[in-house]
Structure formats: structure tokens, C-alpha cells
Write a protein that binds this ligand. Structure first.
Ligand code: CA
Ligand code: CA
Length: 449
């Protein structure tokens, strides 16, 4: 065999080995599938973790989680506001494709379209028990609630914690929404207005109860916290404890909560069969006008929540699964919340739907293999889009939602470390063609039906 032939054979053997390594991570037939826990903070900034540079807010539990898993430095959401970002996390698609490009107010007669397939629905097909504990914000009316999108159990708020009744605020029509911010269990309103001071603790109690009750079977726990979204509240146990004002107090409470979840997994012997993710639905907003409240940090990134800059879209992300995900690694490759859907599907032995276009990619190699490259080619903001009707109003009101993919599944991503991830000048025409198709706010409008 010539030297060239031997080199070629070696390369083929190596590439086959890498491929087999990737597939080896997928579940073996008959093996119990892993549990999934997604802890989603609300408006939590890129620089708000101790391990990401915060000097004012202590996050020892999340820092330890990062030391025990892999932390991503280039992890993105698809919108710098709540509802579309959450729609993408749960469907594996850009929010525009999933029909949720705008944020929902309490009286919206809309929500994530029921025909969209959520991660919970996918995992239920594989025998998972599912729970959403925290803030839903993908539709308040009954056809859009968590129970109709694959969640066996729901405890939390139907929408944002700033959606309380305001004088002369016509958005809060009592016919469509309760007069005060409700805490719900399933379809039942437990408390209105909810006492927000103890909300994180109560979510945590519910989450731990759910884990204990389902420790002997596969489960998916989606834990979308209410804070540090404003208005800020903290219990007496946390108020005034942080050097980062009330904002820091709420973050330190979230950190405590994550610690409780991880402690419970260890106590129950579930560490080696549970993948836990901590991330945020978008970046931190600008600082409050009240200095005592403090505010979030997006670290070195430009922009904030609501903007199309990286400060709105690039968020912390920590994945932890002892024994499966190597500890103490930092991954600088591009990944997104849309990637959870295909990645979790593979690990659970589920088959993603084939009747529709999906945007997420399997990132298991990024989680487990140093040197693996992102499956994404591009990701980034687009210029102002000439879309019509409701979508146009949404984009004008919330420019952050204008960060789209093009219709050919090429995500746009600029030079690493910059926040100038705008499309190259040659791209706008393609972007505008896609933008015109957004008028329908649906898969048919995106060529994905
Ligand atoms: Ca948010
Ligand atoms: Ca559905």
C-alpha cells in the first residue's frame, strides 16, 4: 500500500471512528432514555454568571454546574423577547416558521399554533412524563396552554410578571384575561394577584416534587423561571443579600434554585441519567432608572433585550450530564436553543417530524467532543423587513424579532467575537424575499408547510 493510500485509509478510519462515536451517544435499543431538565431564566444577561465575569452577583451553584459540564460562549436565542424565543426552544424552529414572531399580551387571542410539535409532545411519544413549571407565555386561552402542547403538568404564570392590571390599560380586558396576574396549576387559578416574592422558591418546590415523583421513569422538566424579568421581587431570604441590588437578589435566588435541583438529582441517584441545561430566553434589558434595583450585564456584548444586537440574542448556556458530557469544558462553537429539539430527540430515541422544515441541528458532538465544529453555517440579524400586517407591526415594535434565517436554512453569523453580525451586503435581496413570506406568520408563509 502506498503512503498516500495508507494516509487515506487512516483518515477514513478516523472519520468512521468519529462518526461511530457520535452515534454511540444515541440511545441503545431497550436502554432507558435520559431525563431532560431545561432551566430557562428570563432576561438573564450574558455577563450575569460568576463564571462569565460577574463581580457583583454570586452564582456558585451555576458556576459549579459549568465546572461539571460544558459552557457555551456562542449560544443564541432566536429573538430578544420572550414569546418567540420560547417558541423556538420548544419547536426547534425559527419563531417565524413556528407562527410566533411576536410577544403575547394577556388578551391575545393567539398562541403557539397547536399544530406545531413541541419538544414535550415529541418526548411523550417515547413515554416521557412532562412538566412545565414557571412562565409559559405561549398563549393564555385554553387551546394554547401547556396541557395542549404536550405537558402533563403545569404550575406557574401564563405570561410575563409585568402583565398586571394597569389603570386604563385596554390590553387587559377581563373577558379574556384575569384582572390580576394569576398563578395557575393546570387550568385552575390558585392565586391572583400572585405573590411574586416567593415565586422562585415555589417553582423550585414544585420542580423537586416532580423529579421525586418521576424518578423511576424518564421525564422532561421545562423550568422557565419568571426572573430576573422586571418587576423584581425577592423573598426575605434573598432580598438585600446581593451586591447587585434587587436584580442580583433574584439571580442569586435562581442560583440557589439550580443548586437545589442538582442536589436532588444527586440524592436520588439520577445524575448519570439526567441532562440539565441552564440558559436564558434573551439578554438583559438596560439598567433600571432606580439605581437600588441594579440591573443585568450583557458582558462585552453590545445591546440589550429588545435589540437585534448580540446583547439581546447571545445568552449563557451550561449543559451538564455527568459521565456523558465531559466536565470543565468551554465550547466556542455556534449553537442555538433550536438545537435542543433534534439533540434531545436523538438521545431519547425519538424521530423528529419529517413533514415540516426544522431549523435546529443535532449538537451532541459539540457537547461531547472537543474540536467538533458547529453544524450551523450562518446565524444573525437581518435588515428591516418589508413585511405586511401583523408581522410588520411586531417587527416595528420589537426589532429584536427581525433576526431571522433565510429560507434556505443558512443561518447568518458574522466574525467570531464581534457584534457586527449583519448580513453581508450581497444578502439583503434574499433576506427581503424571505421577509415578504412572513406576512402569513405561518409555515405556509415560510415555504415550510
Ligand atoms: Ca425574556
Ligand atoms: Ca402541538
Amino acid at each position: 500500500m502506498s503512503l498516500a493510500m495508507r494516509n487515506l485509509a487512516l483518515m477514513l478510519a478516523l472519520s468512521l471512528g468519529v462518526t461511530l462515536l457520535g452515534f454511540a451517544a444515541a440511545r441503545k435499543p431497550g436502554a432507558r432514555p435520559p431525563n431532560f431538565i431545561v432551566i430557562l431564566a428570563d432576561d438573564f444577561g450574558y455577563g450575569d454568571l460568576g463564571c462569565c465575569g460577574s463581580r457583583e452577583i454570586a452564582t456558585p451553584h451555576l458556576d459549579r454546574m459549568a465546572a461539571e459540564g460544558v459552557r457555551f460562549t456562542d449560544f443564541h436565542v432566536t429573538a430578544s423577547i420572550c414569546s418567540p424565543s420560547r417558541a423556538s426552544l420548544l419547536t426547534g424552529c425559527y419563531a417565524q416558521r413556528a407562527g410566533m414572531p411576536f410577544v403575547l399580551f394577556p388578551t391575545e387571542p393567539k398562541g403557539l399554533p397547536p399544530e406545531e410539535i413541541t419538544l414535550a409532545e415529541l418526548l411523550k411519544q417515547c413515554g416521557y412524563t412532562t412538566a412545565c413549571i414557571g412562565k409559559w407565555h405561549l398563549g393564555f386561552l385554553p387551546p394554547f396552554r401547556p396541557a395542549r402542547q404536550g405537558f402533563d403538568y403545569f404550575f406557574g404564570l401564563p405570561y410575563s410578571n409585568d402583565s398586571a392590571k394597569q389603570p386604563a390599560d385596554k390590553r387587559f380586558d377581563p373577558v379574556l384575561a384575569p384582572a390580576e396576574l394569576p398563578l395557575m396549576r393546570g387550568d385552575e387559578i390558585l392565586e391572583a394577584p400572585v405573590n411574586q416574592e416567593t415565586l422562585t422558591e415555589r417553582y423550585t418546590e414544585e420542580a423537586i416534587r416532580f423529579i421525586r415523583q418521576n424518578q423511576s421513569r424518564p421525564f422532561f422538566l421545562y423550568l422557565p423561571h419568571t426572573f430576573p424579568h422586571r418587576p423584581l421581587y425577592a423573598s426575605g431570604r434573598f432580598r438585600g443579600k446581593s451586591r447587585g441590588g434587587l436584580y442580583g437578589d433574584t439571580v442569586e435566588c435562581l442560583d440557589w434554585s439550580a443548586g437545589q435541583i442538582l442536589y436532588t438529582l444527586k440524592e436520588l441517584g439520577l445524575d448519570d441519567r439526567t441532562l440539565v441545561l441552564f440558559t436564558s430566553d434573551n439578554g438583559a434589558p438596560p439598567a433600571s432608572k432606580r439605581p437600588e434595583e441594579g440591573g443585568g450585564s450583557n458582558g462585552p456584548l453590545r445591546g440589550w433585550k429588545f435589540t437585534a444586537y448580540e446583547g439581546g440574542f447571545r445568552v449563557p448556556a451550561i449543559f451538564r450530564w455527568p459521565g456523558k458530557i465531559p466536565a470543565g469544558r468551554v465550547c466556542q462553537e455556534l449553537a442555538t436553543t433550536m438545537d435542543l429539539f433534534p439533540t434531545f430527540a436523538k438521545l431519547a430515541g425519538a424521530k423528529p417530524p419529517r413533514d415540516r422544515m426544522m431549523d435546529g441541528k443535532d449538537i451532541w458532538p459539540l457537547l461531547t467532543q472537543p474540536g467538533a465544529h458547529s453544524p450551523h453555517v450562518f446565524f444573525g440579524p437581518l435588515p428591516r423587513l418589508p413585511v405586511a400586517g401583523r408581522a410588520q407591526r411586531a417587527l416595528e415594535t420589537f426589532p429584536g424579532t427581525a433576526r431571522l434565517s433565510d429560507a434556505d436554512d443558512h443561518h447568518v453569523h458574522g466574525p467570531r467575537g464581534s457584534d457586527s453580525k449583519t448580513l453581508p451586503s450581497a444578502q439583503p435581496a434574499q433576506s427581503l424575499r424571505f421577509g415578504k413570506r412572513l406576512g402569513g406568520n405561518s409555515r405556509s408563509g415560510c415555504g415550510s408547510s
